[in-house]
Design a protein. Structure first.
Length: 317
């Protein structure tokens, strides 16, 4: 177990290093650099001596490998740099935006798991019935309709019909105003949660249908156990590994999938911070936020692998 965990950690570090290299190179391929992004058209008004001094300050004149080594070394020590547009530390910007994205991702997962698992379990127990057909409809909507269309439709409907748009009051943290925070998070979480629910519903239903006919399930029913015990302690636990794996994948995708939804619902999370930084050519912010998204994805997947090896002893070998 420890050897497998060590291998996963090493693989995770290699993956993150590759992501860091790709992020750095892609940003350097864009027109302009940190100097032009910071000063804009005012760059042309500077003297040669000023340009040389600023090139040295931003590290633009250094070789690419030196720039990458300097940036990576700073990241490893916790120094994410300074935003070129707001002149504040990237760490402070990320620190204020990260809780919003985490709250949105967790809320989306809660909604997705509740809808997906419940409809998947009861749909498998009564295939072709009303609950199963309703669940299949939810799955079609969640898989077939992009989140930006669902989100835009929700915003338009609520604002035009009920004149209701909680985000117009400015974002309220969970501890400052819990009720307003819940209103501001619920609809974007529902938008993302439908996609999660669709994937979990189909996975849960297929896994449940597979274990329903196995010998241990028939034995549990033959022993006269209560239906609730058979369903949740035997059937669902037997189908839990693929459901848990899909949940981990979906949570990893959610961390990056918040970008569009945060723009639509005007949430000051990492996704919105990333879009603003890309528009402003704010390289330190783009590099740091993208690396955080990638780190979250690989960490969640590693924890998922560890979790289902603990749940199902058969996978440890």
């Amino acid at each position: 177990m420890l050897i497998a965990l060590g291998r996963r950690l090493l693989s995770m570090l290699v993956t993150l290093f590759g992501v860091a290299v790709i992020i750095f190179l892609v940003l350097r391929m864009l027109p302009g650099n940190a100097l032009t992004a910071s000063l804009g058209v005012s760059t042309g008004l500077l003297s040669h001596a000023q340009l040389v001094a600023l090139d040295h300050y931003y590290g633009v004149g250094q070789p690419v490998l030196s720039q990458f080594g300097s940036w990576l070394g700073s990241v490893l020590t916790g120094n994410l740099g300074v935003s070129l547009s707001s002149r504040t530390s990237v760490a402070s910007l990320v620190g204020s935006a990260l809780p919003v994205t985490l709250e949105l991702a967790i809320g989306s997962m809660v909604i997705g798991v509740l809808i997906g698992v419940l409809f998947g379990v009861f749909g498998a127990l009564r295939p072709g019935r009303v609950v199963d057909n309703l669940g299949q409809g939810v799955a079609v909507v969640g898989l077939g309709v992009p989140s930006f269309i669902i989100g835009t439709g929700l915003v338009t409907f609520l604002a035009s019909t009920f004149h209701y748009f909680p985000s117009s009051q400015g974002f309220a943290s969970l501890f400052r105003d819990p009720w307003l925070n819940l209103q501001q998070i619920f609809f974007p979480a529902l938008t993302l949660g439908l996609g999660v629910a669709a994937a979990l519903l189909r996975t849960t239903r297929a896994a449940m249908l597979e274990v329903i006919g196995l010998n241990y399930a028939r034995t549990a029913r033959g022993k006269g156990l209560a239906r609730r015990q058979v369903v949740w302690k035997h059937l669902f636990l037997g189908a839990l590994v693929p459901v848990l794996t899909m949940s981990g994948i979906q949570l990893g995708y959610l961390l990056g999938g918040t970008v569009v939804v945060e723009q639509i619902f005007v949430l000051p999370g990492l996704g919105r911070l990333l879009v603003t930084a890309i528009n402003n050519r704010d390289f330190p912010v783009v590099q740091s936020v993208t690396l955080i998204f990638a780190s979250g994805f690989v960490v969640v997947n590693m924890l998922t692998d560890v979790a289902y090896t603990l749940i199902d002893p058969r996978t440890r070998s």
